[in-house]
Write a protein that binds this ligand. Structure first.
Ligand SMILES: Cc1cc2nc3c(=O)[nH]c(=O)nc-3n(C[C@H](O)[C@H](O)[C@H](O)COP(=O)(O)O)c2cc1C
Length: 414
């Protein structure tokens, strides 16, 4: 069923479904994040979830009674009302069992009834052992739920219940919360990037002069992370190539960490081979030392500073744009510009778009360094066909969605 979207301007009603996985305790933090940001949260645990975290915890943290079955407070018809009145249902953690029930329309407890009656966006954050996640039955259930428009967040890789590690770990609650906020802001989980593979680069590269010093830049990675999070919330399979960031991994995103421009180039080019779109939000260093020292460069006794010869780095955006790995691939660049004697920010950006050969160029005026590390951004998105979209000052998440709107339109027309 298509989601109806959230009512703007009112307190948003969130249903937090909790099923019986070891990660149920992490849903307490998610609940707190929702309540502290003013949402009205109804927790609907399964009976198995209560084996892990008891009803008093959910009740005390949400300020509401909780029940697992359809037989309490029957006069209020909770098995229908809770789902019907929700603006968002998020199931965290979602067990293999609850995914199977949801995919097949079973309704043997309050949570599964709620999932059938909800017409709002529905998000599942699965957590389970790798074998359960990779089982063909679970794969098919996840595919069914995604086809119906639910957002099923990819589990993270890492430590599982026992001493084992692998894919199946619940993403961190703040990241699930951010994804839910994206969904609430859009009012839909319509997966317009479902089945698409995208690559996003983020952060700033470092070029080492010696083992302890480097040439770097001020890129924080926030815009690239916002792009990766937004694409995952729209259903894409996302690889984020992150250069020297200290930000938490966005939920459902594969993160590859790099330091230098050479490493960034190799990882992006490799991931781009199977990608429908590549968004280069990272700031790669244009130059690197010709001959980095293997040992720390010492101060000279005569007081003279060493001179460092630089050579130009590979132009990754130009390479991706001119040697498209796949027909119809959409390539997006970012340009952090300050105007100079030779032209305005937009003049320089238009020339850069032509030089690079990409489809879209997101242009930031960085005079005064206002954008770096800020949660906000404003930009003009220039297109190779001459179009220009002005994005007024707003969150980096909002700009990310406008970029994906433009990418999605181009992918659909190719
Ligand atoms: C200690 C323990 C940990 C479990 N962890 C998970 C898990 O992380 N993911 C999962 O899908 N099932 C897990 N299970 C199995 C579920 O609890 C079981 O399938 C249960 O029937 C799920 O019920 P529910 O989906 O109604 O909550 C675990 C079971 C136990 C005993």
């Amino acid at each position: 069923m298509p989601p109806t979207g959230a009512r703007p301007g009112s307190v948003l009603r969130v249903v937090l479904g909790v099923s019986g996985g070891i990660a149920a305790y992490k849903a307490c933090e998610l609940l707190r994040l929702f309540t502290e940001s003013g949402h009205d949260v109804t927790v609907v645990p399964t009976a198995a979830a209560l084996e892990f975290v008891g009803a008093p915890t959910w009740s005390a943290l949400s300020g509401k009674p909780v029940s697992t079955d359809v037989w309490s407070n029957v006069h209020q018809v909770p098995h229908v009302r809770i789902g019907q009145s929700a603006d968002l249902v998020v199931v965290t953690p979602a067990t293999a069992d609850v995914l199977a029930k949801a995919a097949h329309g079973l309704a043997d407890d309050l949570l599964t009834n709620t999932l059938l009656t909800a017409r709002c966006p529905v998000v599942f954050a699965p957590a389970m052992h790798t074998e359960m996640w990779e089982h063909p039955a679970t794969r098919a259930n996840v595919a069914t739920l995604r086809e119906r428009g639910c957002l099923v967040i990819e589990p993270a890789e890492g430590r599982l219940t026992g001493k084992d590690t692998g894919k199946g770990r619940l993403p961190e609650p703040p990241e699930i919360f951010d994804t839910c906020r994206e969904v609430l802001a859009r009012g839909t989980t319509t997966p317009d990037l479902a089945g698409r593979r995208v690559v996003v680069s983020a952060g700033g590269t470092r070029e080492y002069l010696d083992p302890v010093r480097f040439l770097g830049n001020r890129s924080s990675g926030l815009q690239g992370y916002a792009l990766a999070r937004a694409a995952a919330a729209r259903g894409a399979e996302v690889t984020l190539v992150a250069a020297n960031t200290s930000l938490p991994d966005p939920a459902g995103v594969k993160v590859v960490r790099v330091e230098t421009t050479g490493q960034l180039r190799d990882e992006v080019v490799s991931a781009a081979a199977s990608a429908d779109a590549v968004v280069m939000a990272a700031a790669p260093a244009d130059f690197r030392p010709v001959d980095p020292s293997g040992t720390k460069i010492k101060k000279a006794a005569d007081g003279f500073a060493p001179s460092i010869d630089l050579t130009q780095n590979p132009d990754i955006l130009h390479e991706l744009s001119t040697e498209r790995a796949r027909p119809g691939q959409v390539i997006v660049g970012f340009a952090a510009e300050t105007g100079d004697d030779t032209g305005s920010v937009l003049d320089l950006a238009r020339a850069k778009l032509a030089r690079k050969g990409c489809d879209l160029l997101v242009v930031n005026d960085v005079s005064g360094g206002a954008v770096f590390g800020s949660p906000e951004n404003e930009a003009v998105i220039l297109a190779a066909d001459g179009a220009a979209v002005e994005v007024p000052r707003g969150s980096k998440a909002a700009l990310a969605h406008v970029v994906w709107d433009e990418v999605t339109r181009r992918l659909a027309s190719r």
